[in-house]
Design a protein around this ligand. Sequence first.
Ligand code: SAH
Length: 263
Amino acid sequence: MKERPSFPARLDFSGSPVKSRAPLARVATVASPASKPAAPLLASGLGLDSSAVRLNMVKKLAAQGITDSGVLDAMRAIERHRFVDSALVGQAYEDTSLPIGLGQTISKPGVVSRMIELLRQGTSVKLGRVLEIGTGCGYQAAVLSQLAEEVYSIERLRGLHDKASDNLRHLHQANLHLLFGDGMLGYALGAPYAGIIAAAGGEAVPQAWIDQLAMGGRLVAPVSAGANSPGKQALVVIDKTPQGCKQTVLEAVHFVPLKSGLA
Ligand code: SAH
């Protein structure tokens, strides 16, 4: 990975730690026995068995350079078609972002696998606690739940928080906790986190995320490329070490904006 310290991610590691805030309004663990009916695969032309389509997607991800077998296995296990509206089921295994309502999108499989591979730092063991900012429809949270001991995923839009709860119910993952709240503040009650992953891009990485990252932990987030490149974002990796935080700037990406407050 190349280091570009000049990147204007506006990080300030010298500031005083952010005080923990009041608990978020609602924490829901996704382990209810009720299960959602399968999406209408036949009607969409996906066929009766989506596992072959998913295997094909995973082969493409490997060809694109994803080498972490844990990530590839999780991408193969999670049924992405369950996280999109029925009219879009036929495109669920294409490497494309798709609308999920309220102006938001489900991330591309290529980006989800790339970011989680980075988050795992090359280890094959499960991560400890992970915080995801931007649950959206819950797809990435589902993939993370296969690869981490505990996943806390925050969404600021009530409609999507509720949609993710419905979408994730069939997995019965007791280690996956959905939160309705402002992810800019992180989630202090679950800290420290072995990994923090953001699915929305802001002007800078909030100090709360750095404070809530465990020593030895890694944060992966899209960040605005700054005044010289308006509208552009890059993927940023931050490693928290006893010597300080090390920031690495990677490829250009395109994520929905990180916004504050609830809606
Ligand atoms: N993780 C999703 C991606 C959803 S898109 C997937 O699996 O595809 C990113 C999401 O981030 C949107 O739903 C948006 O509402 C949410 N978001 C933006 N700013 C946020 C904030 N401050 N706190 C929590 N969620 C936020």
